[in-house]
Design a protein around this ligand. Structure first.
Ligand SMILES: NC(=O)c1ccc[n+]([C@@H]2O[C@H](COP(=O)([O-])OP(=O)(O)OC[C@H]3O[C@@H](n4cnc5c(N)ncnc54)[C@H](OP(=O)(O)O)[C@@H]3O)[C@@H](O)[C@H]2O)c1
Length: 346
């Protein structure tokens, strides 16, 4: 039986994404074949397509960090899963497909009745947000935080979880997204027309307790200026390495997994040398998952519970068919979306 899969044929723009039809994969021993219902589209996918994300596979590869799907076939030795059960996973690549085979240890059961597009938003974006809030920054009620890219996938997750944690939140975004940020409990700062460092000092006097910075590069140093003495910047992304969804000019071509991360590390090291009692800590979902898989699973179960209790409500920016993956990358690259872009298989 055939299935559809998206492949990146070369490192570059959205035209590198192609739809292929091929035989469905067979699960190996200990693997489960999942029929993908929803696969997330995120900036790390665009960065891998461009060849510079640290997790970029060799071409040709199927992108897609996160998925929710139905258990469809069990490999030898698999137990504890039933056919038709809904599961979630963070394979890091391979989710843009109708079917994917994954080791059973990667799968987390999803409670019945949840919308697959909302559930998939939890896997990359909400775990990132939850672990940064509660494991990296260890926030407490009443603290003040600044969230960059507050209308984006991770940003809206930070706002919803930050509100549950009782935080006072400021969020940078572009002007059309300001109402989304305020609806989720944040005080919007237009990053295109306002200086966020000045604005934070005007609003708080001393600076915030924590900044969540997914922008990267010299922006990390500016974020550091927005925290109070004793505060923390959690640095977790490379958004500034993309311009309109493409590699920044002069940085294109080939698979260069360590270049951007080296630059990131230099800014991080530089920030440790600057005077003042201010800490900058890096966060990486993939490293936390590899080093502490039980913690990853525990946090995803917690978030699925919050979704089931309707205490969180992921914003789904758009749902597009799998075969429109190229268009999805173009849309995400243009910016201006609020929440998570999802590829769906009906
Ligand atoms: N370390 C980890 O484990 C981890 C996990 C997940 C994601 N990430 C990283 O997190 C970042 C965000 O990912 P995402 O999927 O949430 O992306 P997203 O949905 O595209 O959101 C990014 C947001 O950032 C805004 N933005 C762009 N430039 C900005 C600037 N200079 N200042 C403030 N906001 C700005 C965009 O606003 P406009 O569109 O309105 O311009 C957009 O709302 C990416 O760098 C990604 O690689 C890291």
């Amino acid at each position: 039986m055939k299935h559809t899969r998206i492949i990146v044929t070369h490192y570059g723009g959205p035209d590198a994404l192609q739809v292929v039809e091929e035989e469905r994969p067979e699960p190996k021993d200990g693997e489960v074949r999942v029929r993908v219902l929803a696969a997330g589209v995120s900036l790390p996918d665009l960065m891998a397509r461009e060849g510079f994300h640290p997790e970029t596979p060799k071409v040709p590869f199927t992108p897609g960090w996160d998925l929710v799907g139905l258990v469809e076939r069990l490999g030898n030795g698999v137990s504890g899963f039933e056919l038709g059960q809904v599961v979630a996973a963070l394979p890091i690549s391979g989710a843009y497909a109708e079917y994917a085979c994954l080791p059973q240890r990667e799968l987390v059961p999803v409670p019945p009745g949840l919308d697959p597009a909302e559930a998939v938003s939890l896997v990359l974006n909400y775990i990132t947000a939850y672990q940064m809030l509660h494991r990296s920054a260890r926030v407490s009620p009443g603290q003040r935080v600044l969230i960059h890219g507050a209308a984006g996938g991770v940003g809206t997750a930070l706002l919803q979880l930050g509100r549950l944690a009782g935080l006072t939140m400021y969020g940078t975004c572009s002007a059309p997204s300001a109402s989304v940020v305020s609806d989720l409990g944040g005080i919007a700062i237009d990053y295109r027309t306002q200086d966020f460092v000045q604005e934070i000092h005007r609003l708080t006097g001393v600076g915030v307790d924590v900044v969540f910075d997914g922008i990267g590069g010299p922006h990390i140093w500016r974020s550091r200026r927005a925290i109070r003495s004793g505060g923390k910047v959690v640095a977790y992304g490379l958004t500034s390495s993309l311009q309109a969804g493409r590699s920044a000019p002069g940085r294109g071509g080939g698979r260069r997994r360590f270049r951007e991360i080296r630059i990131f590390a230099l800014y991080l090291a530089g920030s440790w040398l600057l005077p003042g009692r201010k800490r900058v800590v890096p966060y990486s979902i993939q490293w936390l998952k590899r080093m502490k898989p039980a913690v990853f699973r525990e946090d995803l179960v917690t978030l699925l519970g919050l979704l089931q209790q309707q205490r969180i409500k992921p914003l789904v920016a758009q749902r597009l068919p799998l075969t429109e993956a190229r268009h999805a990358h173009e849309v995400l690259g243009k910016g201006g979306l609020t929440g998570k872009l999802v590829l769906v298989n009906n």
